[in-house]
Design a protein around this ligand. Structure first.
Ligand SMILES: N[C@@H](CCC(=O)N[C@@H](CSC(=S)NCCc1ccccc1)C(=O)NCC(=O)O)C(=O)O
Length: 210
C-alpha cells in the first residue's frame, strides 16, 4: 500500500470526496476502518486533534478535518487551480459545498422523517449557485473552476451523488450539473473506483438513512 491511510467509519460521509480524489489521481491508500466498538473504546478519539474522524496519514504527517485533507492533497497533486485567484475561488466554492454538506448531514442525522419533503422542496435553491458557477466557466463543459480538475470537483461530485440518492430528480432543472456528474463519473480511474466492491459495499451515512 502507498503512504496514504484514511481512518474513518465505513461510510461515505466526510471521507468519500478524499477517496474519489485519490482514486481519480491513481493514488493508492489504506482504509483504516473504524467500527462502532473501536470508537467506543475511546483511544482513537483521544488521539484525534478535535476528537473526530476522518484522520489522514501522509507518511508520518497526520491530519484531521475533511476539508484540510482535501486541500493537503490538492496542494501536493496540482489540484488547487492554476494561480492564486483560482485558488481563492476554489476556497469560496468549497465553502459553499461545505455549507450544503452540513445541511444534508443535519437532515440525515437529526430530521430525516419530518424534514425530508421540505428539504427536497428547498433543494433547487441550494443547487442553483453551482449550476450558475458551471455556466460561468467555459459554458459549463468542464470543471467548477478553471480549466483543470480540482479538489472542489471531487467534493461537489460527492454532494451531488448524495443528493441524487436522496432526490433522484434533483438535477432535472440543472442540465449543466447533470452532465457534470455524468462526465466526472465516467473518468476512467474514478469509474473503476465507483464500480469497486469497496465503494458499493459502503453505506452512504452512519445511520442507514439516505
Ligand atoms: N469538521 C470535521 C467533522 C468531522 C465529523 O463530524 N466526524 C464525525 C463522523 S463524520 C459525520 S458526517 N458525522 C455525522 C454522524 C456520524 C457519526 C458516526 C458515524 C457516521 C456519521 C465523528 O467523528 N463522529 C464521532 C464523534 O464525534 O465522536 C471534518 O470535516 O472532518
Amino acid at each position: 500500500p502507498g503512504k496514504y491511510t484514511l481512518t474513518y467509519f465505513p461510510v461515505r460521509g466526510r471521507g468519500e470526496a478524499t477517496r474519489m480524489l485519490l482514486a481519480d489521481q491513481k493514488q493508492e491508500w489504506t482504509e483504516d476502518v473504524v467500527t462502532g466498538e473501536i470508537w467506543q473504546k475511546g483511544d482513537l478519539k483521544k488521539s484525534c486533534v478535535f476528537g473526530q474522524v476522518p484522520r489522514f496519514q501522509d507518511g508520518d504527517f497526520v491530519l484531521v478535518q475533511s476539508n484540510a485533507i482535501l486541500r493537503h492533497l490538492a496542494r501536493n497533486h496540482g489540484l488547487y487551480g492554476q494561480d492564486a485567484r483560482e485558488a481563492t475561488l476554489l476556497d469560496m466554492v468549497n465553502d459553499g459545498v461545505e455549507d450544503l454538506r452540513v445541511k444534508y448531514a443535519r437532515l440525515i442525522y437529526q430530521n430525516y422523517d419530518a424534514g425530508k419533503a421540505e428539504y427536497i422542496e428547498a433543494l433547487p435553491a441550494q443547487l442553483r449557485p453551482f449550476e450558475n458557477l458551471l455556466a460561468q466557466n467555459d459554458g459549463g463543459k468542464g470543471f467548477i473552476v478553471g480549466k483543470k480538475i480540482s479538489f472542489v470537483d471531487y467534493n461537489l461530485l460527492d454532494i451531488l451523488q448524495l443528493h441524487l440518492v436522496l432526490a433522484p430528480n434533483c438535477l432535472d432543472s440543472f442540465p449543466l450539473l447533470a452532465a457534470y456528474v455524468q462526465r466526472l463519473n465516467a473518468r476512467p480511474h474514478l469509474k473503476t473506483y465507483l464500480e469497486s466492491e469497496g465503494r458499493k459495499q459502503r453505506p452512504i451515512n452512519g445511520n442507514g438513512k439516505q
